[in-house]
Design a protein around this ligand. Sequence first.
Ligand code: CTP
Ligand code: MG
Length: 453
Amino acid sequence: MKQDLRQWIAIHASDVTPNGEEKKKVQQVAQLMLSRCKVAAERLNEKVTIILGGSYAHDTWLPGKGDIDVFLAFDKAVGKDGLSVKGLKIAHEALAGYDVVTRYAEHPYLEGFVEGVRVNVVPCLNVKKGEWISAADRSPHHTEYMSAKLNEGMKLQVRLLKRLMQTQRLYGAEIKVRGFSGYVCEVLIAKYGNLEELLKAASSWRNDTVISLEEYRQNVEGFAILDPVDTNRNLARAIAPWKVAEFIFLSRIILKGTKCDPFLQPLLDYPEPNDLSDLLENVFVLYFTHRKENEDTIWGELARSSQAIVRHLTQEGFEVLNHTYSSDLHSSAICLLLAGERIARLRSRTGPEVYRDKETDTFLKSSKTLTWFFSDDFRSRRIERSSFPDILHLIEFYMERPIERIGFSKGIAEGAKKSWKMMNGKEAMLTSDEVVKDAVRRVFGYSPAIDSC
Ligand code: CTP
Ligand code: MG
């Protein structure tokens, strides 16, 4: 039986807010971090303002997901470069003894795990509104803005929205996800007041919709969610457009009432690859190992490298229906769904118009020309042999020199060149490698059955 959004919300209103015990724990870590940062700054003789930001300060964090964002605001004169050096020194010292990873937004910051709680220590510059120098400079202004804007009821609505986004695989600003960030969720609730009103509005968002809490003057291109503390910044640029489309689609479904609990179960399901066993013949996986890098770097490089492969395959005449990629930071897989594993033996290339005399001569003189003729559009055509009619040989050619031949990303190219192997979909399903399986699982897209738990 279908239940409507209000019924689902009634079930989850209590479980999206952390309980007293958890709040106390996270609060203790926040206090500890404030004092550790203060001690570190004093010892290093740096003048900084230490500010709590993000969902902890805005009181919009989810149970089990408490993460504390500490901003180290330096004087403007320190500048962007000084910021990274001085800020990271303090951050390292404040997090000494804990597990730490360097992460990158526009500049590096540290992520640590303190007593089980994720802590981000992010350097920024203390600037007036509008005088931004580094990207993180806006964060303290976000905290100020949201503290004034969100009442208790709206904070609950932000939490519900974040839980919904997480469950529907749309949450997270990391490069790996390119989804809706916590701050975007706050902006959307601040704009529409509550989840239901947001979903109603989102149901009819288009690719030129501009969402803004504040007045703006400039012309905005494409779908946009403007940052209320800086309307020149489009927060939606960090979100993959297909994720926005998915949210629009899901909004309509959720408003109609769902059989599945949208806060607990994804409404869109990946088909079981083994159920599509005949389609597995059209799946190809390029698998390789590489040196370990931080998550944002690897996923960024994978995104660019797989796009490069798809672009080149398409130029060669392959029809790439979809592609996905996955990584565990040591090894990665790029998965391709092809219309067919072989392309036609011959192809024709269109040349310039006949009155471009030099270009026409050069075009026809190509060593690839088997035969040629003119078409009714005054342009020449040459018939040539497809250089690599099957995918395996073409990938082999690319991977001999991945950077030069297709512009593979440098960080992963070295490892890929030495370790790559190709698998077809059937072989991929037989491995126990989670990286391969994850990529293959998503390459077909979703099952036609929606909301079918
Ligand atoms: N931020 C931003 N733009 C983004 C992501 C983050 O400006 N695309 C800034 C915001 O000031 C935000 C802060 O970084 O308040 C912390 O971001 P993050 O930890 O990603 O999100 P939270 O809102 O803290 O959500 P979560 O509960 O997932 O930690
Ligand atoms: Mg956070």
